[in-house]
Design a protein around this ligand. Structure first.
Ligand code: NAD
Length: 502
């Protein structure tokens, strides 16, 4: 079921026989087979998708190559390219409610979150990157040639070519936009592979691309399984760069597949971020922030503050307030305005998360909150993938729940006393995506921030991102940075031109 108030535009969109978006038009997949996209709040089918195959990836890459050579794209001035991106941002805003509802029904997240975070971020990204085409300049390099020669040396940034973008299901449309906005700002063409669980919003976004005036083939969307469509895209010899967001395990496969033609690779991978509380922090305020840091988006956030380290002096106060916060969170279907947390994305993800909770308990952790299906979600929602916000204490560093990314609403909490030991523990996972810390002690804040091996450190805040600020991971959390000026380097080749003036 969708919802009683689903507007006709969304109902008719969901009911469509969704195809693949290739060369500016829709076509069925080569296999003729369909994938079912499920409503996580009910467990019922929401829509069906084309199950693409390697031949479809091939057709999409050919369409993207043709777009690169099309004067309608290739010869646009930087300002004209920026204008298209700006128009797209406006269209996303004009369709914000519709896009938010599609995202919420497909992913499970509360529609308020989809509207305030996913859709807003998407529009903001296109708007931010619309300014860059006319500003990303090359340089004139001061050389020191031998023998008094006069040489002019300058650099130009050129598009890399065809970008294969592979994205996950946790923020479907905005994760796609993190790649699309800089890639298109720099004049590339893209073949996008959305996650099979949540392809609908990107299919709707593709239509908005056409409406904004992007020429055919500049964006292509191929839906289907990761092991088929994603793998074919990562290995395709006609793809010049692959930009991947997802698990570290699949990131490794993508990287290996990309070596066939040595395509450029950028990776945004998993995390197990430490959220650190110093003894001077306000226990109640920190408890609320720590709850939000883990339970936001049902814990399905790469930067989720999933390991909480609280100084012993205030551990009991923080934990009792945190357990109250966790128990207060209203879990329900995403379209219900009262819901603060929705279901997990799929039955498979729910099973994975539940099995982590069991493993924590088997290894000796204590369940302080949650761990079960919330009461009262019966009737239409009896088949939904709901889990209570869950807090585990008495956890130790060797436990799987402390070392591995759970990607669900499960917090593990630990106490600390010695700051050097805290830093060692905070850094002691294969990941290095983000960290948070709460204190007004400036010296400690900067010392700890410097010692943490993570791409983002939030001090007295958590989970903030902005298109202007670099984002990415140390260690096995990724390669490269997205957003900000720096990402533009990842979507361009730099050419150094030497002119002999002697
Ligand atoms: P996943 O790795 O299972 O899938 C990601 C994408 O890869 C999907 O589109 C999937 O279909 C595709 N895929 C699967 N197998 C493939 C293969 N063999 N070759 C090519 N593509 C393949 O990840 P997920 O479960 O969709 O997302 C959760 C993961 O994503 C978590 O680990 C999370 O931390 C990570 N993530 C990271 C960031 C970040 O910015 N660092 C952001 C969001 C999510």
């Amino acid at each position: 079921m969708t919802t009683v108030d689903t507007p006709p535009a969304v109902t008719s969109f969901l009911a469509r026989e969704h195809g693949l978006f290739i060369g500016g038009g829709w076509r069925p997949g080569e296999t003729g087979q369909r994938l079912v996209s499920t409503n996580p709040a009910t467990g019922e089918p929401l829509a069906t998708l084309a199950r693409g195959g390697p031949g479809d990836v091939d057709a999409a890459v050919t369409a993207a190559r043709a777009a690169l050579a099309d004067p309608g794209w290739r010869d646009l001035t930087p300002l004209q390219r920026g204008e298209l991106l700006h128009r797209l941002a406006e269209l996303v805003e004009a369709h914000a409610d519709e896009l938010a509802l599609i995202e919420s029904l497909d992913n499970g997240k509360p529609v308020s979150v989809a509207r305030a975070v996913d859709v807003t971020t998407t529009a903001k990204l296109f708007r931010y990157f619309s300014g860059w085409p006319s500003k990303f300049e090359g340089s004139t390099i001061p050389l020191s040639p031998r023998g008094g020669r006069r040489i002019l040396n300058y650099t130009v940034h050129e598009p890399i070519g065809v970008v294969g973008a592979i994205v996950p299901w946790n923020f479907p449309m905005s994760m796609a936009s993190w790649k699309l906005a800089p890639a298109l700002a720099m004049g590339n063409a893209v073949v996008l592979k959305p996650a099979e669980e949540t392809s609908l919003s990107t299919l709707r976004l593709a239509e908005l691309f056409s409406e904004a005036g992007f020429p055919p083939g500049v964006l292509n969307v191929v839906t289907g399984q990761g092991s088929v469509v994603g793998a074919a895209l990562a290995a395709h010899p006609g793809v010049d760069k692959v930009a991947f967001t997802g698990s570290t395990e699949v990131g490794r496969l993508v990287t290996i597949a990309a070596t066939g033609n040595m395509k450029k690779v950028s990776l945004e991978l998993g995390g197990k971020s430490p959220h650190i509380v110093l003894p001077d922090a306000d226990p109640k305020a920190v408890a609320a922030a720590a709850a939000d840091g883990i339970f936001f988006n049902q814990g399905q956030t790469c930067t989720a503050g999933s390991r909480l380290y609280v100084h012993s002096a205030i551990y009991d106060d923080v934990m009792s307030a945190l357990v109250e916060e966790a128990n207060r969170i209203v879990v329900g279907p995403g379209h219900d305005p009262a819901s603060q947390m929705g279901p997990l994305v799929s039955a498979r993800q729910l099973d994975t998360v539940k099995s982590y909770v069991e493993s924590g308990l088997d290894e000796g952790a204590t369940l302080e909150a949650g761990g079960s299906r919330p009461a009262g979600l019966d009737g239409d929602y009896a088949g939904g993938y709901f889990l209570e916000p869950t807090v585990l204490t008495e956890t130790t560093h060797a436990m799987r729940v402390v070392q591995e990314e759970i990607f669900g609403p499960v917090l593990v909490a630990m106490r600390w006393t010695d700051v050097d030991d805290l830093i060692d523990k905070a850094n002691d996972t294969p990941y290095g995506l983000a960290a948070g810390l709460w204190t007004n002690d400036l010296t400690q804040a900067h010392r700890i921030a410097a010692a943490i091996k993570a791409g983002t450190v939030w001090i007295n805040c958590y989970n903030l991102t902005d298109p202007a600020s670099p984002f990415g991971g140390y260690k096995q959390s990724g390669w490269g940075r997205e957003m900000g000026r720096g990402v533009l380097e990842q979507y361009t080749e730099t050419k150094s031109v030497w002119v002999n003036l002697s």
